[in-house]
Ligand binder design. Sequence first.
Ligand SMILES: NC(=O)c1ccc[n+]([C@@H]2O[C@H](COP(=O)([O-])OP(=O)(O)OC[C@H]3O[C@@H](n4cnc5c(N)ncnc54)[C@H](OP(=O)(O)O)[C@@H]3O)[C@@H](O)[C@H]2O)c1
Length: 243
Amino acid sequence: MKYILILGATSDIAAATAYEFARNGFGILLAGRAPEKLAVIEKDISSRFEVPVSSHLFDAEDFAGHASFFAKLPHRPDVTLCAFGYLGEQEKGQNEWEEAQRIIQVNYTGAVSVLNIVANSYAEQEYGAIIGISSVAGERGRQSNYLYGSAKAGFTAYLSGLRNRLAKKGIPVLTVKPGFVRTRMTEGLPLPKPLTAEPEQVGKAIYKAFRSKEDVIYTLPVWKLIMQNIRMIPEGIFKKMNL
Ligand SMILES: NC(=O)c1ccc[n+]([C@@H]2O[C@H](COP(=O)([O-])OP(=O)(O)OC[C@H]3O[C@@H](n4cnc5c(N)ncnc54)[C@H](OP(=O)(O)O)[C@@H]3O)[C@@H](O)[C@H]2O)c1
């Protein structure tokens, strides 16, 4: 039996991805900071699929606890998905360090802290796979969300370096760059329908890309083209745009 560890399992995208791996016979290790929410997902997966599912407490900001969290898991996961994230409020973060710090800590520092441990374990055993959910927001800083975007940019570069390091050991690292996805994170935001994915679509795309050992995917794929164009806008024009 193969297992996937899902960090931030109460995320809508993570839960959809958990269903996809369970459907394909993976045992599921759910990790998150809200036990009651984990219990609901655990019960639902157990009732639908004949795979083992368990829940484990994990807080991305509890850096000191990450090594013992990973060591105490009942199974060494074959695959680790890092899905947690915090959009936060850009304006609040500009004025209150605590908000800025939380955005950086959850999206970047927490991810680096736990994935360093996972990566070292996989490197030593020369086996495993890592999937990280970053964001198209990390490709170019915009006034409306550059705190979140810069943390995701750091995470994207981290995953790229990790992929380079672990490729020699045959350990794939997949970077997922979603555009808009209809989840709790984007609730209430006016999302353009043709550019917005459902969590289930992202879950399916992640499983498919994992199977085919892809390096980087955009969900929806149209976002690859959009970001190519956005990157090409000269800085002199970009800085005057209302983005
Ligand atoms: N939705 C989008 O449009 C979009 C676009 C690009 C990238 N993404 C990325 O996709 C990933 C999944 O997000 P989502 O859209 O599914 O949003 P979501 O449903 O709001 O999920 C966010 C998840 O992060 C978890 N989390 C936050 N702080 C944490 C902490 N300190 N420790 C552990 N877990 C923590 C939340 O846990 P609780 O349940 O305990 O709050 C929740 O499980 C994130 O990395 C996000 O940045 C989303």
